[in-house]
Design a binder for this molecule. Structure first.
Ligand SMILES: [Ca+2]
Ligand SMILES: [Ca+2]
Length: 440
């Protein structure tokens, strides 16, 4: 993964090129035939089904937490029929959603010696340093699934959800994210932030790492219905799309329902450094903990135009950021490692060294992105939950946020400025996630 670096000298100004695979601000175009129909509150499933079919459309999925149904429109004209129904509030596009990571470096291999990843070390969660390990805390990984055969994730929670045909990961992203939260503390591969937490696969993204608002809503619906019986207290969503706070009121409503249930929803801020978190869904929702990316370690530097190496705790060149609004709860809650380090070569390109975690098929691999930042926070929330439960208490999502923000490391100093031309300081140095602080 490379990127042209900032020319600190005007003479070597270089053209910034977007990386393949990182969706631009507009993102993919919605499929016009796939929509989400929002109904008046209280319109039950049989009514919704009847209304959709009467209009000549096909219901794909009825949601439980909200009065909404995902629908296929065989012809665009049918949209008008639906909109005319007095029980229909709105018909909105079922917009595409993407995972927030790309491979960032060579596979890490597998093996007989357990590595403590740099991100886990940076946030103060290396094995043996904390009393809590996530025992008894369920975590929903809303992603591409989990690798049920991975030796370093055993045992996985058996209850799972898929918007496709199986809960098994067929991409690798969900398995990597899951390993950052809870790779086991044993003698192999890696170790996660909360190695004894119970991971549940909620597969809402396909083999290419893509889904849509309706697959995400279906996954969150399943979490809302099953959280109590499965002790799911934290949801990780390392995904999103460009959007606005109110462009899908039904998705927002499900997230609000989870928040009201006392579940912390942790979301990657996004991998588009040209946008703010307020332009990313679901990261912009005030109910979620949006997480931006920093480097865990100081990189190497062979570029003679750069005065020094890119230090640890620097804002990642790709991260979406945006100041936290204490009045609304919108904005980046905290930064956490989304890559090990950024090395700068002689051509002044940045080479991202990704986070080491579990790989689909076994062993380990590296990936980078805010997708990797969010699960560090998810793991810490799982640790905080175990601590709360040990005292017969619970942990309200806003209390989790306050503890994470209030006792972050290097507040007012980090994230350090990225030296890339596309970086602009968002006005707040919220600090880096610090597990020992959050745990008091
Ligand atoms: Ca391990
Ligand atoms: Ca910031």
């Amino acid at each position: 993964m490379t990127r042209l670096l900032v020319p600190l000298l005007a003479a070597c100004l270089a053209v910034l090129t977007p990386l393949p695979g990182f969706a631009g601000p507009e993102g993919p175009t919605p499929d016009g035939g796939k929509v989400i129909v929002l109904f008046r509150t209280g319109t039950d499933v049989s009514q919704r089904d009847r209304i959709v079919r009467r209009a000549g459309a096909l219901p794909r999925r009825h949601f439980s937490s909200v009065s909404a149904t995902a629908v296929d429109l065989p012809s665009p004209a049918l949209r008008t029929f639906l909109e005319q129904d007095p029980d229909v509030v709105a018909v909105i596009p079922d917009r595409p959603v993407q995972m927030h990571a790309k491979p960032g470096g060579k596979p890490g291999g597998g093996g007989s010696i357990q590595v403590v990843p740099a991100g886990v070390q940076r946030i103060g969660a290396a094995p043996g340093t904390l009393v809590w390990t996530g025992v008894g805390v369920g975590v929903a990984i809303v992603d591409t699934g989990l690798d049920f055969a991975h030796a370093d994730l055993q045992p996985l929670g058996l209850a799972c959800f898929t918007a496709y045909t199986a809960c098994q990961d067929d991409n690798g992203h969900g398995t990597h994210v899951g390993g950052i939260v809870a790779a086991r503390n044993n003698t192999r591969d890696v170790v996660g932030v909360a190695p004894d937490a119970v991971l549940h696969a909620v597969k809402v993204l396909d083999a290419s790492g893509s889904g849509s608002d309706s697959t995400v809503m279906a996954g969150l619906d399943w979490v809302a219905q099953n959280a109590e019986s499965l002790a799911i207290h934290v949801v990780n969503m390392s995904l999103g799309r460009p959007g606005t706070l109110d462009d899908n009121p039904a998705l927002r409503a499900i997230v609000q329902a989870l928040h009201a249930q006392g579940i912390s929803v942790v979301v990657s801020a996004g991998n588009d450094q040209t946008t703010e978190v307020s332009q990313q869904v679901p990261a912009t929702y005030p109910e979620v903990l949006a997480v931006a990316s920093t480097t865990a370690l100081t990189g190497s530097n062979s570029c003679r135009f750069l005065p020094g190496a890119i230090a640890k705790d620097t804002a990642s060149w790709f991260t979406t950021d945006g100041v936290f609004d204490t009045a609304t709860g919108s904005g980046v809650t905290i930064s956490a490692p989304g890559e090990d380090q950024e090395n700068v070569n002689r051509g002044c390109f940045i080479q991202t060294v990704g986070i080491l975690s579990t790989r689909l098929g076994g062993g380990t691999t590296r990936m980078a992105g805010t997708s990797m930042s969010a699960p560090h926070v998810t793991g810490v929330v799982a640790l905080m939950w175990e601590q709360a439960l040990s005292g017969s208490a619970t942990l309200a999502p806003e209390d989790a946020r306050a503890a994470i923000r209030g006792r972050a490391d290097r507040v007012d100093a980090a994230p350090l400025d990225s030296p890339t031309t596309s970086y602009s300081f968002d006005g707040e140095r919220e600090g880096v996630l610090w597990a020992p602080g959050a745990l008091n």
